[in-house]
Every structure is written in structure tokens, then in C-alpha cells.
Ligand binder design. Sequence first.
Ligand code: GDP
Ligand code: MG
Length: 441
Amino acid sequence: LSDRLTSVFSSLRSKGRLSEADINATAREIRIALLEADVALPVVKDFIAHVKERALGAEVSQALNPAQQVVKIVNEELIEILGGETRRLRFAKTPPTVIMLAGLQGAGKTTLAGKLAYWLKGQGHTPLLVAADLQRPNAVQQLQVMGERAGVPVFAPEPGNGVGDPVQVARRSVEEARRAQHDVVIIDTAGRLGVDAEMMQQAIDIRDAVSPDEILFVVDAMVGQDAVNTAQAFMDGVGFDGVVLTKLDGDARGGAALSVRHITGRPIMFASTGEKLEDFDLFHPDRMAGRILDMGDILTLIEQAERTFDAQQAERMTAKFASGEDLTLEDFLEQMMMVRKLGPIRNLLGMLPGMGQMRDQLDQIDDKDLDRVAAIIRSMTPAERANPKIINGSRRARIAAGSGTTVSEVNNLVTRFFEAQKMMRQVVGGMGLPGMPGGGR
Ligand code: GDP
Ligand code: MG
């Protein structure tokens, strides 16, 4: 996908404004990207239509080329949809708060129950885990293991507590929580490999018995397209208030997140990213958007470029290089300052397509060094800046003294400059990032 987007970037780079053709071309690629990320087709269609509408009305950006601008809108819309109405757990006015987990077998409910309990405990709550999955032989024991690891008690069926009757177990657990002053009850329920009426009815019966404050639908991010059908079935069946996405440590692109959110309108509240108790966090829409589009770094770069971009400056530079003029020390300094504005140089390097060849050059520049470099260049005469070849030994000594640096620092800078000059001649026209020389806009 990154390759695909890069080619869109370069094909549209030369255009100055957002035309319908630009938008359509980029939208096509985004559409494929979303489908590859397993977003369901109807969701993709709605989403793209919405993005197109917004892109057509968008003002032309100074800093970004049309493709970048469309990608930015897509990203913003994704974040908006994934994160719209983000909310925390709702706690009951009168404890205990009852949280019920629902989802297919293998979705990660039992694991999540342990993680959620551990997380809540870390926030000062006193949760009680409830084993209301009596379907699978070892389901109760699995929850007990999770509870032990989390240091959270588990309410398991025993004689008199509704052995064999998950509804009874759930009901009793709430009574127990009230008695033992557990402020949160987390009810683990049974799932089936596929949606079936019996499982759904059991979930409904448990729901009606305990009136949960939150029903969380747990869904495996790896299921891809199927997430839509499952989510719809659970929505129509037991209903739910929020979504937990599991197995995000896998290689799934997370398109399920967008589909489930779009189809059910319920917020994604948590993300589960592994088998350990700690592999759990609140859901972050921006990370998920980047993951779906598989271009986190490019997005970061777009944001940074936008923040710091100086259109006139870059255009002047670009025109200059395009006309075949050589890099001068003034330009060199100006560029280094621009690069610095973009953030720590090392972070940046990895993001710039085609930047590999300049890595060694820029790698030698420390942000702190830049001030010294600036001092050196400012200590040169205009003639020296325009034509550094004239900077001989005695001039170097004078510059070093004037800038409070050493002759070897001056030597170093001049050497680096000549290397950069050579490099620029090669790079001109080859890149295309705003704010960088060669950014052919
Ligand atoms: P349940 O049937 O819905 O209760 O699902 P489980 O909690 O038993 O999880 C099914 C399998 O998925 C188990 O092997 C878990 O260890 C594993 N699992 C659950 N959540 C995650 C996760 O976030 N990442 C990974 N890699 N595995 C998970
Ligand atoms: Mg389970």
C-alpha cells in the first residue's frame, strides 16, 4: 500500500489545486487500501463518498499537494469515525457496575475479562470476575487462571450457586459483589464459533437477569470482513454499548474496527494487543486510522510539513535548483533550519522517501550543532557565502575566531557543504516533499 500511495503522491505532485480528477484518482487508491485492510464494501463506499464530498469543498492547501491533501482528509475522517463519541466506561451510580462481555468463541472474551479486571484494579477498583461461560469444559478454569494472574477474585459456579445455569451464576454474582463490596462485576459469557440462536438467547437471558451497565462486544480484529455480520447479529440480538477489538498484535489491518463502528454506531472503547495482562489499552483512533491506511509515518510527516512549511521559501529554493543554480552556504543554512523545524533529524530521516542517500549527510548534523553552523556561516563575508571555494586557510582562521568555533569545525562545515552541494545536484527533481529542495510543486 505504501508503494501505491507513493506513486499517487508522485503522479499528482506537480499539480497545484484539488480538482475532481485528483480526488477521484486518490479516492480509487484509498478505496483499494480500505478493502485491503478488510473494511466491508458497503462501509468503504459510504466512507469514500463522504470523503469525496469533503475534498471537493476543501480549500487548496499551501503546504500539501492534492494527493497529500486527500490522504489527510481521509485520515481525519477515519479518526473522526473511529473516535467519534469516544467515551469511558460508565460506572453505576450505585455499585456494583455490571459489565457483560459478549462475542463469538475465541474472540478473546475470557482473556479480556482478566485484562479489564487488572486494569480496573490498577485504578483502585475492586472488581469481581464472573464465570458465566459454562459451555466449554475448561472455561471456568481458564477464567480462574486469569483471575489469579490479575489478583482478582473469580465467582465460579459451585453447588447452590447455579451449577450449569449461567443466568443463575450471573445473578448470584451481583448479589455476592454487593455483599463483599466489589464495585465492578465483569461477566464472562459463552460464545459459539458462529452466531446461533441458543447462544444469543443465553446472552439475552443473562442481560435481562443482571441489567448490565455496559455490554461490551468483543471482536477479533483478524476476522476481517466477517466482523460486519457478527457485529450486526450481536447488535440485533443482545445489543451492546461498546466494542473491544482484540488481537491487534496480529497482522490484521484493523478494517474490522471501521466496519463495526460504521455498521453499529457503537464506539470502540478498548484494544487488546496480546496474551499478557498488560497488553491492553484504551482504543486510540489515530493509531487505528494510520494502521488501516498503513502510512503512519507519511501522515506524521504531512502534519509536520504543514505545521512548519514556508511556501515562499521552498518555492524560491525549488525555482533556484530547477534553474540549475548551485547550492550556496546561505541556502545550506536555510535548509538546515527548515529541517530542524521539522523535528529531530533522525526521526525525520526514516520518513522521507528517497532520503536514504542523504542519510549520512544529515546524520552528522545534530540539532545543537546547527547553532554553531549558523554562527560559522554568519561569520563569513557575502562573497565567501556565495562562493565558498575562496575560503582558504587564513579566511578559515578568521571565520573560526569570529564565530567562536575552531578551524576544524569550519573545515568540517565547508567539507560537508561541498558534499551536500554535490548531492543536491543529483537529488534535484527526484524528491518532492514540501520544504525540501527538489520538491517539484
Ligand atoms: P473467548 O473464547 O472469547 O473467551 O476467547 P479467549 O479469551 O479464550 O481467547 C482465545 C484465544 O485468543 C486464546 O488463546 C487467547 O490467549 C488468545 N487471545 C486473546 N486475546 C488476544 C490478543 O489480544 N492477542 C493475541 N495474540 N491473542 C489473544
Ligand atoms: Mg472464554
